[in-house]
Design a protein around this ligand. Structure first.
Ligand SMILES: C[S@@+](CC[C@H](N)C(=O)[O-])C[C@H]1O[C@@H](n2cnc3c(N)ncnc32)[C@H](O)[C@@H]1O
Length: 268
């Protein structure tokens, strides 16, 4: 028996994210940016929350850190292990788990990182409390998130319009994590020296339709939406046109450009 009221939501998330691996090509360069932004140094104990296929974890390990990667989705952890073997780093600890209930001791890590990951936890206040709990005092927390007013944030809002309304209690919208004011409020007095920056992710695509198709195959929220629209082709077509319209605004010379928010802070 579980007492987590979001268990069904998390099971659906796990199912939707299991085909994410091809998109890790796109998150690989930004992983290096996050590791650099966090100032990861050799010997530091680093946790990569929502590690997916391991792009941040393996980059931190190659920078000399002692690394643990945690993710909700076992299929992605299996790819992460393969990636670690290819990179010839066999000492990363990979753990299946939930950011809302981290299986680590208080203060176990020097650095806690999350690239486009903890933002999908349904209860932001619990996710951030857990990430800060396992971070030592004076340690660094750093993450990348999608701003609500840009492409991914607009996609999240569009997907929410086409999904059946979630039952209560409702998960927090992931795009909120891309708003610096919300981030400041969620980090509260638990941290000092909060620093924001912006990065840009670039995804090659032959057309907005190609990009849309790639996201339908591998982008968790859209994979889930398409599943729910499979018996309503008219509504699916309407969603696709609206989504392509958004993507087209970020598409230039066969590249989709997407700015993201970078946050770094020190645990007080
Ligand atoms: C967009 S992917 C990012 C993966 C990886 N960090 C990267 O940059 O390529 C989002 C990841 O968050 C994970 N995730 C979603 N909800 C989670 C939760 N509650 N706890 C841990 N991981 C979660 C998914 O399984 C998925 O691997």
């Amino acid at each position: 028996m579980t007492s987590d009221p979001f268990e069904a939501f998390k099971m659906a998330q796990r199912e939707a994210w299991k085909s994410f691996a091809p998109l890790a090509q796109i998150t690989t360069p930004t992983a290096a940016k996050l590791v650099h932004f966090a100032g990861v140094r050799p010997g530091q104990r680093v946790l990569d929350v929502g590690c997916g296929t391991g792009v941040v974890a393996i980059t931190a390990r190659r920078a000399g850190a002692v690394v643990t990667g945690l993710d909700l989705t076992p299929e992605l952890l299996a790819v992460a292990k393969e990636n670690a073997a290819i990179a010839e780093v066999d000492d990363i600890a990979w753990k299946k788990g939930d950011v809302e209930s981290l299986p680590f001791r208080d203060g176990e890590f020097d650095v806690v990182l999350s690239q486009f990951a903890h933002m999908f936890a349904p209860r932001p206040e619990i996710a951030i409390k857990e990430m800060l709990r396992v971070l030592k005092r004076g340690g660094t927390i750093a993450f990348h998130t999608w701003p609500p007013e840009l492409m991914f944030g607009r996609m999240f809002a569009l997907v929410a319009q086409y999904m059946p309304p979630p039952p209560d209690p409702k998960p927090a919208p992931p795009g909120q994590w891309g708003d610096p004011n919300v981030v400041l409020q969620r980090l509260g007095n638990f941290v000092r020296d909060v620093t924001f920056d912006r990065g840009v992710q670039t995804a090659p695509a032959l057309s907005p339709q190609h990009y849309r198709r790639m996201m339908e195959q591998s982008g968790g929220p859209i994979v889930r939406l398409l599943q729910s629209l499979k018996d309503d082709p008219a509504r699916m077509a309407e969603f696709r046109r609206a989504y392509e319209g958004i993507v087209a605004q970020y598409f230039d010379r066969n590249v989709v450009h997407q700015d993201f928010l970078m946050t770094r802070a020190i645990k007080a």
